[in-house]
Design a protein around this ligand. Structure first.
Ligand code: PEP
Ligand code: MG
Length: 886
């Protein structure tokens, strides 16, 4: 028989897995000699055993009884004693806090007899009957699922007829009778009178509450594993509802919103904890307690200081004062806003409570990301028009437009409003300040694309009835027309009619070099913590940048180079026509002419990027996407040709283009003629790009610069592909006068490349994991298709807790990465290894890459600070073996 029950004096906070967070902290406070009512914790082991078999493990209740007897002896009171009954509180408490998700039953031990004892002992008959009705209500609801409203309804009726002092003892006694009848009606038997039976049933009900619908939904959202189970804390009751010298409250040792030191919290006189939640009376700000009960207030402040020093962090506390005596009911390291997290971590370093390394474990990349977005100034903001799903954070204000072309053509900020978006909306989404849709959730096309480009997005605002043809949408009885101004909040999903003022983020301004690090307390804290992250991190952070402007921005944000320059982005706009000429070229002369026209344009792009990254590496990737992406869409061309023919005109170039599009059509372009395959079958294409890189570098050297270009080949699956391209690359490099040594490397973005990394490393100076494609090809997911179709269902059903395109799939894709790193480095010890997929900017993924031994991550410029912080955290975790990302 195992041990399942632990007295508070046996445990400590290191045993939160076994005792739950609440139980472990109650034990810790008991050990510290703080005034905690005596009690014990039934472990999560017992809960897991119960959940596995459907019944409590053998011997559990004997053990509970033994612990109960100890408490009875200590307090010299017994459960069920008709003259002076001990009463118990039963509270759930898992490893991670799940606020409001689980159960509490107070006043266990009251029955028709002991209620008289409580009345006599407290000298307060009303209090005794009120406690009894609370027990029946909480027990009925928690153990038997009796709807709370039935009780609440009767209580409200009694309150309505009561005098100014509240219901009389007689009224409350009658209410208990009514409650008992409600109980019998729903449950089919009388309210149990035996106190021990009440206790055991309550413990059982707490176990069962672990699997309630709302608890499961909450865990899925918060990524808390389903198999942890909850502990149950059983504690002697103390009463905050024994008159004006009693009360209950919550306290924070610092302001959880801003991090400012001080006394924060609420207090309610003559009340029990659930009254605070029920909001029956207004709570008082905690500092008022200094006036009401100076002795308890002073003691509370001492305890707050003790707890902060002990936990070395912001603590939140629940306490009760029973007739002038202060009791601690709970403490934990408190939740806080992102801003408070940074401010508090820096303060605690200054106060000597934590090291700078520890400070990094107290903040997350996700919190930094939150601080970088502008926010609405809500003082004086009107009621929102509607609320949708906050899908991509930010605060956007603009004129309503209903189609992508109008958004793309707009010169002022616009909000693109669509039922849902599809790939054709891309130009409009790029141009818009924000995107608002009436359908789809966090993995809809709109959400995924908007997040990818850092565009504010609210989706699934279902109350919007959009009529794009008429250029209006209706919400309730409001009609909003094209041109009206909307404000949308991508964090909370709120949508307002009209312009709500926006405050730029001071943190973003500091990171962009527009504010000094001393600008305010928050900026100073971010500056210090990021500085420390840079000092300790092993992992380099580069940026994905396609233009000199992007590269400059990335450098300001702390990038140590460009990890991916996608050259296809240089072939858009007016240059598209040159690519068309290349595709349509009839024979080598025409092809070479087209390439020759592209060469100086590419060279100029590279000069700009190499100048922006002077002295730092800049990895330039040779062309990756299928060429037909540069031609007009098939449907559009077909229509143009048909129109011309119908008018009896010669479709001319359109007919040639249409034939080319038909010829190049692929059923699965993602798996078709792209990447290195393109370089091997389109003569001269890669050579032109390589020449442009080499000539740009030579030009920069002549100008006194220090260019460090690297050439990267995409989509390699076999070493022979890379070897063949490399011969050509080296030939071109040798032809360019004054070019520096240029490393040649490859992306690892298909499983075969990872599986044969040892061979490939023989031909590569560096690897860069293209985790976007590697995720697509490992899972056989076409990203463009799956995210908008079934990912919502997959997330809902818990197939994966987060999209593998958002956060790296460490088990599958990660295994390929580890394998390729090991085999690549075995073949070539000096091999540089990085990652340039979207995952390079995801904090959890960055921590994985650090741990997997990569040299750098590369991500979009505005995620660079987030990756720097995550890399610093990973370095600290590697030395201390801790990771605290929750
Ligand atoms: C990748 O596949 O991860 C990558 C960076 O390449 P792209 O996203 O351009 O396909
Ligand atoms: Mg790729």
């Amino acid at each position: 028989m195992g041990k399942y029950v632990y007295d508070f004096i046996e445990g400590d906070r290191s045993r939160a897995d076994l005792l739950g967070g609440k139980g472990a902290n109650l034990a810790e406070m008991t050990r510290l000699g703080l005034p905690v009512p005596p009690g014990f914790t039934v472990s999560t082991d017992a809960c897991r055993a119960f959940l596995a078999t459907g019944s409590p493990p053998a011997g559990l209740f004997e053990e509970v009884n033994a612990h109960l007897r100890e408490i009875e002896a200590r307090l010299d009171r017994r459960l069920g004693d008709p003259r002076d009954p001990l009463l118990l509180a039963v509270r759930s408490g898992g490893r991670y806090s799940m606020p409001g998700m689980m159960e509490t039953i107070l006043d266990i031990g009251l029955n028709d007899v002991t209620v008289g004892g409580l009345a006599a002992r407290s000298g307060d008959e009303r209090f005794a009957w009120d406690s009894y009705r609370r027990l029946i209500q909480m027990f009925g609801r928690t153990v038997h699922g009796v709807p709370a409203e039935e009780f609440e309804h009767e209580l409200a009726a009694v309150r309505a007829t009561a005098g100014p002092g509240g219901p009389s003892a007689g009224q409350l006694r009658d209410l208990v009778d009514t409650y008992k009848k409600i109980f019998v009606r729903h449950v089919g038997h009388d309210f149990p009178q035996a106190p021990h039976e009440q206790l055991f049933l309550a413990v059982r009900a707490v176990f069962e509450s672990w699997n309630s619908e709302r608890a499961r939904i909450y865990r899925r959202q918060e990524r808390i594993p389903d198999d942890l189970g909850t502990a149950v804390n059983v504690m002697a009751m103390v009463f905050g509802n024994l008159g004006p010298d009693s009360g209950t409250g919550v306290a924070f040792t610092r302001d959880p919103a801003t991090g400012a030191p001080g006394v924060y919290g609420d207090y309610l006189t003559d009340a029990q904890g659930e009254d605070v939640v029920a909001g029956i009376r207004n709570t008082l700000p905690l500092p008022e307690l200094a006036r009401l009960d100076p002795v308890s207030f002073r003691r509370l402040r001492e305890i707050m200081a003790t707890l902060e020093r002990h936990y070395r962090d912001l603590c939140d506390i629940e306490f009760t004062i029973e007739r002038g005596r202060l009791w601690m009911l709970q403490t934990r390291v408190g939740k806080r806003t992102a801003a408070a997290a940074f401010v508090i971590a820096a303060q605690l370093v200054d106060e000597g409570l934590i090291t700078a390394d520890e400070a990094l474990t107290r903040v997350t990349g996700a919190q930094l990301a939150q601080l970088m977005f502008p926010a609405f100034d809500l003082a004086g903001a009107p009621e929102p028009l509607t609320v949708g799903v906050g899908a991509s954070p930010g605060a956007a204000v603009g004129r309503v437009v209903f189609d992508s072309a109008a958004a793309a053509a707009a010169t002022d900020p616009v909000i693109l409003v669509r039922r849902e978006t599809n790939p054709d909306d891309l130009p409009g989404m790029i141009a818009a300040a924000g995107v608002l849709t009436s359908r789809g959730g966090k993995t809809s096309h709109a959400a995924v694309v908007a997040r990818g480009m850092g565009r504010t997005c609210v989706c699934g605002a279902e109350s919007l009835d959009i009529d794009a043809e008429r250029g209006e949408f209706v919400v309730g009885d409001r009609v909003v027309r094209a041109g009206d101004v909307l404000s949308i909040d991508g964090t909370t999903g709120r949508v307002w009619l009209g312009a709500v003022p926006v405050q730029p983020s001071p943190v973003a301004r500091y990171l962009a070099g527009e504010l000094s690090p001393e600008a305010d307390g928050l900026v100073a804290a971010v500056h210090r913590l990021l500085g420390h992250a840079d000092a300790v991190r092993r992992l380099g952070v580069r940026a994905n940048a396609d233009t000199p402007e992007d590269a400059r921005r990335a450098r300001r944000l702390g990038a140590g180079g460009v990890g991916l320059c996608r050259t296809e982005h240089m072939f858009l706009g007016e240059r598209r026509e040159l690519v068309e000429r290349l595709i349509l070229a009839d024979g080598p002369a025409e092809r070479e002419a087209a390439l020759a026209a592209l060469l100086p344009l590419q060279r100029a792009d590279f000069v700009g990027i190499l100048a922006a990254m002077d002295g730092l590496p800049a990895t330039i990737r040779l062309l990756d996407p299928p060429l037909h992406e540069f031609l007009p869409p098939l449907a559009e061309l077909t229509a143009r040709v048909a129109r011309a023919e119908a008018r009896g005109e010669d479709p001319g170039r359109d007919a040639t283009l249409l034939a080319a599009v038909r010829r190049m059509h692929e059923a699965n372009p993602m798996l078709g003629l792209r990447g290195v395959r393109l370089g091997l079958v389109v003569p001269g294409l890669f050579a032109m790009q390589v020449r442009a890189v080499a000539e740009a570098a030579a030009q920069r050297i002549r100008a006194g610069g220090d260019p460090r270009p690297e050439i990267m080949v995409p989509l390699v699956g076999d070493v022979r592909e890379l070897a063949a391209v490399r011969v050509e690359v080296e030939r071109v490099l040798a032809e360019v006068d004054g070019a520096p040594e240029i490393p040649i490397g490859t992306m690892i973005e298909v499983p075969r490349a990872a599986l044969t990394a040892g061979e490939i490393a023989a031909e590569a100076h560096f690897f860069s994991f293209g985790t976007n494609d590697l995720t697509q090809t490992t899972w056989a997911f076409s990203r463009d298709d799956v995210e908008g179709s079934f990912f919502g269902a997959y997330l809902e059903r818990g197939i994966f807790p987060v999209s593998p395109f958002e956060s790296i799939d460490a088990k599958g894709v990660g295994r390929l990465i580890r394998l390729a790193v090991a085999e690549g480095r075995a073949a070539r010890p000096e091999l540089t290894v990085g990652v340039c997929g979207e995952h390079g900017g995801d904090p959890d993924s960055v921590e994985f890459f650090a741990e997997a031994g990569l040299d750098y991550v590369s991500c979009s410029p505005y995620r660079v600070p987030i990756a720097r912080l995550a890399a610093g955290r990973a370095a600290v975790a590697a030395t201390t073996g801790t990771s605290d990302s929750r």
